[in-house]
Design a protein. Structure first.
Length: 140
């Protein structure tokens, strides 16, 4: 398992957190801004090129109260964050923002399955080829 978590950065300098509500809202409909989304049993991945001039990847996590109490939600966030930090430097695109929305299976899924699902989501064939950057809605 250690070999899988070795970090070879592909031009990505760091992983930053999405903190503004507006950034999360822009990713609600990622296809309209050149992005994509992938559903998996433990999470929903939304991704879009929000920051075209950045060398970093941006990560946002969403875990609702439906998932459980604060202890459970924090555990789910730690697991999703660890999986993202292991795979985004290898398979993420710089300038992209990624939001992981936890689903019901997020707590009970094994970490290896979580890693496999996230890797499959990041390499999904529904991903757009090319930069995907647009200046205005409908202009590209």
């Amino acid at each position: 398992m250690t070999a899988m978590l070795t970090r070879k950065t592909s031009g990505i300098e760091q992983i930053r957190s999405l903190r503004k509500r507006a950034d999360f809202l822009r990713l609600r409909h990622p296809k309209s801004i050149g992005g994509y989304f992938v559903r998996k049993p433990a999470f929903l991945l939304q991704a879009a090129p929000l920051f075209p001039n950045e060398k970093a990847v941006f990560l946002g996590l969403t875990v609702t109260k439906r998932q459980g109490n604060a202890v459970t939600r924090n555990r789910i966030k730690r697991r999703l964050r660890a999986a993202a930090h292991a795979l985004l430097p290898l398979h993420g695109q710089s300038g992209y923002a990624y939001v992981l929305i936890a689903k019901g299976e997020a707590e009970k899924t094994s970490f290896q399955t979580l890693l496999d699902d996230l890797k499959a989501a990041l390499l999904s064939p529904s991903r757009k080829v090319g930069t995907g950057f647009r200046t205005k809605k409908g202009a590209g």
